[in-house]
Design a protein around this ligand. Structure first.
Ligand SMILES: [Zn+2]
Ligand SMILES: [Zn+2]
Ligand SMILES: [Zn+2]
Length: 752
């Protein structure tokens, strides 16, 4: 008889994988053992050597989601004359630590049936789960994933739960968060001051009553607190906005089921599948005109973000209410979400009327992920709960690397060999809370995966909180140019090791020449790039703080194109008073806080402000969104003219002719819908004409501008018509959430 060792990598821990191995081995009459290791799952097989191939094939064939085999290696072969029955042994904390920690998974259909089955011992128990569902990353404190290394360690399994936990034939075999009403966590309802009102099912039923009455309830879920209220109650939604000081940014809505989703929005088959995946992201959908929902949920917005209930608590609330609920992050502005009840009562004081909490601790904040279907495939816009920390494969082996990410929409990343683990979305690093979450996440990844890289990577902006942190720690990180990182992220995701033509279009990032880039054309390989072109630029009065003021960008663009007509033109076209216009002119001419920018995002601002669509932006990217929504994709329209002029060997896409034509359109009373459409088509034209001039190079589209559905869809369609190969971000956001991956890939090619 032979002894064979197999090492399996992938999503193989905490998903019922060892019972599958056990079953297949038993059925094939093979002896041996299976156990979890930090490096994955190891199987020792004892039996005839020729059966190992059949065994592997059966494992691959019978492995069903959420389990996934990424690699299967046969490690060693010896002989033995000892037959042994197949068994599952306790985890061994040895070997390398690149096992995949699983993300949190939405309640599975089997658990959902039990949750509402009065004969089941977990009837209405808010913490029901099994190996196919439940919390993972939000409760794990160490690898390997075993109960003592989760926040369930404080709860001792009762006899019945223990029997399930130890029975390889049971759906709850080694389900680490396994629990029941006798031995597991419980919910409690607190008043606005944090005083206990009651617990268990009473708390859930009271929360339902208060939500129906229009109250705002903070609910502790999987990755943190949500603020919930009745999405049909205009007063409740307005009150939530007032208390949260969130004027216009769209709010996500949790719906009881797919049927309700289809009554609020147009939902395709792909979008249905995305809503119902175990990751349960918020999915951006086209809102129905007759959607029965308060306008204030997503004001002036043709889209709405919907999410299905993903924890038993949500199911209990939504099943009873039969209402769509606003489900927005339990935080203020762009801070990370609250995860701890005392913290929530403090930080959400004056926002929530009641707190529905529980005593299963959350280790790290995990916001809801946000996704949409782009060109028939899911595209993540915010990667957090349900996706983080699933590792992505890198198309190159690397020394250990730690990427500190960007400043806005920060994520950090850790690379080990040919894998990269990207943290969950951590938010903008402007607040103390976000910076704390950032530092914790860095420490957390290194502890979990047992790797402390000496090589750190950071954005080339010296004043970003991440750069300051590195210096404070005595590190001198490798500086990665922001837009190179955007393109490198696309390359990493799609396994591209050769030269690409990259369009890196976003809000801003610091260029190598000290100006603010963002409308860049890069000829890039993994570890280097040449800036071969960019949109024409202008001086932006107010600098990076003008990002919330599209009118500043419009002033700057007019000033650059028609200096002799300023400030009269700005007064006429932007409705500025004489004094403001003169001040802005002085700022630009005396070079006071008016950096030069070539950002595509700022050009969206220019057009939005000139059309009167958005003069002041209330959240990041608002002007660009408004302009996209103003557009009429069915209009028959032409792009605006632009010039292509090489300046010192760099192509400049000169947009002065566009501005000229746009002003003529405005003077002729052309409606904003047509102007917005023509502007979008101009950008598409720039991409396609550039690609045509660089035949043979694959195209990579990266940066926040490619969240724009029309820009992405139309550019990709036109590029494909012209036989170009084009890549865009899918599993990692196109916005700055993907920068940490790009930073890793840029440095992955370098020798230590
Ligand atoms: Zn389950
Ligand atoms: Zn129990
Ligand atoms: Zn960016």
């Amino acid at each position: 008889m032979q002894v064979m060792e197999l090492l399996l990598n992938g999503a193989v821990q905490g998903v019922g994988f060892r019972p599958l191995v056990y079953r297949v081995a038993h059925q094939m009459g093979l002896g041996g053992a299976v156990w979890n290791e930090p490096g994955g799952v190891r199987v020792r097989l004892v039996g005839p050597a020729h059966r190992v191939a059949e065994f592997s094939a059966r494992l691959r064939a019978e492995c069903a989601p959420p389990a996934r085999i990424d690699s299967l290696r046969t490690l060693s072969i010896a002989t033995t004359d000892h037959a042994e029955p197949f068994r599952i042994v306790e985890s061994m904390a040895r070997g390398t630590r690149d096992a995949l920690v699983m993300p949190d998974l939405a309640t599975c259909p089997a658990c959902l049936r039990e949750l509402f089955d009065p004969r089941n011992r977990r009837f209405r128990y808010p913490f029901i789960n099994c190996t196919h569902c439940g919390p993972r990353f939000s409760i794990i404190t160490g690898i390997p994933y075993d109960r003592p290394q989760t926040t369930m360690s404080a709860f001792t399994l009762c006899a019945e739960c223990k029997a399930e936990y130890e029975n390889p034939e049971d759906r709850r075999f080694h389900a680490q968060p396994n629990a029941c009403p006798q031995c597991g966590p419980q919910v409690e309802l607190l008043d606005a001051q944090g005083a206990r009102l009651g617990g268990r099912d009473w708390a859930i039923r009271q929360a339902v009553i208060h939500l129906r009455e229009g109250k705002i309830v903070a609910v502790k879920g999987i990755g943190g607190f949500h603020l919930l209220c009745n999405a049909r109650n205009a007063e409740a939604v307005a009150e939530l906005r007032r208390r949260k000081q969130r004027e216009e940014k769209p709010l996500a809505v949790m719906v009881p089921d797919l049927e309700t989703a289809a009554r609020l929005a147009e939902v395709s088959r792909d979008e249905e599948d995305l809503l119902a995946t175990p990751a349960a992201p918020i999915v951006l959908l086209r809102k129905r005109r007759d959607a029965d929902i308060a306008e204030a949920v997503a004001p002036n917005n043709p889209y709405i973000g919907l999410v299905l209930p993903y924890s038993p608590i949500h199911h209990l609330l939504l099943r009873a209410l039969e209402l769509p609920l606003v489900a927005t992050s339990g935080n203020l502005s762009d801070e990370p979400i609250c995860i701890d009840e005392r913290d929530a009562v403090r930080r959400l004081a004056g926002v929530a009327d009641l707190f529905l909490v529980h005593n299963r601790p959350i280790v790290r904040p995990l916001d809801d992920s946000v996704a949409r279907i782009a060109l028939g495939k899911p595209m993540l816009l915010r990667r957090a709960r349900g996706y983080a920390p699933l590792a992505l494969p890198l198309p190159v082996e690397t020394q250990p690397l730690l990427a500190l990410g960007p400043h806005l929409k920060n994520t950090v990343a850790l690379a080990i060999r040919d894998r990269v683990v990207i943290s969950q979305h951590l938010g903008d690093l402007d607040t103390l809370e976000s910076r704390n979450a950032f530092e914790q996440s860095l420490a957390d990844l290194q502890t979990l995966y047992g790797e402390r890289p000496n090589v750190w990577l950071a954005d080339n902006h010296p004043d970003y909180a991440s750069s300051l942190f590195a210096r404070g720690q005595g590190h001198d990180p490798i500086r990665v140019q922001h837009h190179h990182a955007h393109i490198a992220a696309v390359m990493a995701e799609h396994g591209l090791n050769d030269t690409v033509l990259g369009f890196a279009w976003d809000g801003t990032g610091l260029g190598e020449d000290g100006t603010l880039w963002g409308g860049e054309l890069l000829r890039a390989t993994r570890d280097r790039y040449i800036r071969i072109g960019h949109l024409s630029g202008f001086h932006l009065p107010g600098g990076e703080s003008a990002i919330r003021k599209p009118i500043m960008a419009a002033f700057g663009a007019l000033h650059a194109a028609f200096p002799e007509q300023m400030p009269a033109l700005a007064i006429e076209r932007l409705g500025l008073d004489r004094e403001t216009a003169h001040n802005l002119q002085t700022m630009i001419e005396k070079k006071i806080n008016s950096p030069f920018t070539t950002s595509a995002g700022r050009w969206f601002d220019v057009v939005a402000a000139l059309c009167g669509i958005c003069r002041e932006s209330r959240y990041e990217g608002m002007a660009a969104q408004r302009l996209e929504h103003a557009m009429d994709a069915n209009l028959f329209a032409w792009p605006y003219p632009f010039d292509i002029s090489p300046v010192e060997g760099v192509i400049v896409y000169e947009l002065k002719p566009m501005l000229n034509a746009l002003l003529a359109d405005l003077a002729a009373g052309v409606p904003p819908a047509r102007i917005a459409t023509r502007f979008h088509l101009t950008l598409v034209d720039i991409i396609v004409r550039t690609a045509d001039a660089h035949q043979g190079l694959p195209i990579a589209l990266g940066g926040g501008c490619f969240q724009n559905q029309f820009l992405l869809d139309t550019a990709v369609a036109r590029l494909r018509e012209a036989d170009h190969t084009v890549y865009w971000p899918q599993r990692v956001p196109p916005n700055d959430g993907g920068i940490s991956l790009g930073q890793i890939f840029v440095a992955a090619g370098r020798k230590p």
